[in-house]
Design a protein around this ligand. Structure first.
Ligand code: GDP
Ligand code: MG
Length: 287
């Protein structure tokens, strides 16, 4: 009798990371073939993080651009979690996809993102995006990264070039596993103390989007307490932006308008990603 060979079904969480405008949302859309998340032509536009699920016979990939916010799924507070398997979510991210834009020069901002990427010790895929755009071309500035990564893929998120190679590569690195999210709905991430670094970087990103370019480089974001209010399905986050005295007024803005904008952008993105109410207590202090 012929034995039936069952193909291995794989699953895992993939974090898409990269600096603003690298093309993360466009890449996610290209992968899904639908407009699942919002892309923005200008850095000034509000950008939301959207998790997405990619299903095919090889397995299931959960995409997020908000790593570090997955908490234990046996948390009673996370009641609307809809997981079908012994969730590998609590181990967090399985594969990191780092998107760089080869049409932009590497700068301080890129180095900071890279600093975060280096803290992840799971398989990492380098995506060199925007190959459809011949000029400008700073690909030489990124070549050295190839050695640090487990795979490098040159692609165009916009013209859908080599997207399938990326998917194949992700599946190569994913381990055998069951479906983590059923068709009914997605896992709801919960913020916890492990999320601090991520939250700090998110607030810094919003400050970057809203302030004059030189300002964000001189600021430091520190997240303090993260308090769960289960009855209200709410998370309270305390954060401070430390800055040189000369920038304080600029960051606060007229009547507090600037800091409010930064806070609102961060809160909206977090609410979308976590499906919870977020109260962000964001203050500015000089140092
Ligand atoms: P995110 O901030 O990393 O999510 O970046 P977006 O996905 O919002 O993309 C930022 C800008 O880069 C948008 O104007 C996109 O249309 C553009 N973009 C993204 N991917 C590509 C690409 O492969 N080629 C080109 N030419 N533009 C791209
Ligand atoms: Mg985006």
């Amino acid at each position: 009798m012929k034995e039936e060979i069952k193909p291995i079904f794989k699953s895992g969480v993939v974090a898409i990371l990269g600096r603003p405008n690298a093309g993360k949302s466009t890449l996610l859309n290209a992968i899904l073939g639908t407009k699942a998340s919002i892309t923005s032509p200008k850095p000034q536009t509000t950008q939301f993080s959207v998790q997405a699920v990619f299903d095919d016979p090889r397995g299931q990939i959960i995409f997020t651009d908000t790593p570090g916010i997955f908490a234990k799924t046996d948390n009673p507070k996370a009641h609307d979690i809809n997981l079908t398997a012994e969730h590998s979510l609590k181990e967090g991210v399985d594969v990191v996809v780092y998107v760089i834009d080869k049409t932009r020069e590497r700068g301080i901002e890129e180095n900071k993102v890279l600093g975060i990427i280096r803290k992840f010790d799971m398989p990492k895929i380098l995506v060199i995006n925007k190959i459809d755009k011949k000029h400008p071309d700073f690909i030489e500035q990124y070549q050295f990264l190839k050695e640090e990564f487990d795979a490098t893929i040159e692609l165009s998120a916009r013209s859908h070039e080599n997207i399938n190679i990326l998917i194949d590569t992700i599946f190569l690195f994913l381990r055998e596993g069951e479906k983590m999210v059923d068709s009914e709905g997605m896992a709801t991430p919960v913020l916890n103390m492990d999320s601090k670094l991520y939250l700090e970087e998110m607030i810094r990103e919003k400050a970057f989007l809203r302030l004059r370019r030189e300002v964000p480089y001189s600021i430091r974001v520190v997240v303090g307490n993260i308090i769960e209010k289960p009855k209200k399905n709410m998370t309270v986050i305390e954060a401070k932006i430390f800055c040189p005295a000369r920038y304080k007024k600029m960051i606060i803005g007229a009547g507090g308008s600037k800091i409010k904008e930064i806070g609102t952008m961060t809160r909206r993105e977090l609410e979308l990603a976590t499906n919870r109410k977020i109260f962000l207590d964001l203050r500015v202090e000089e140092e």
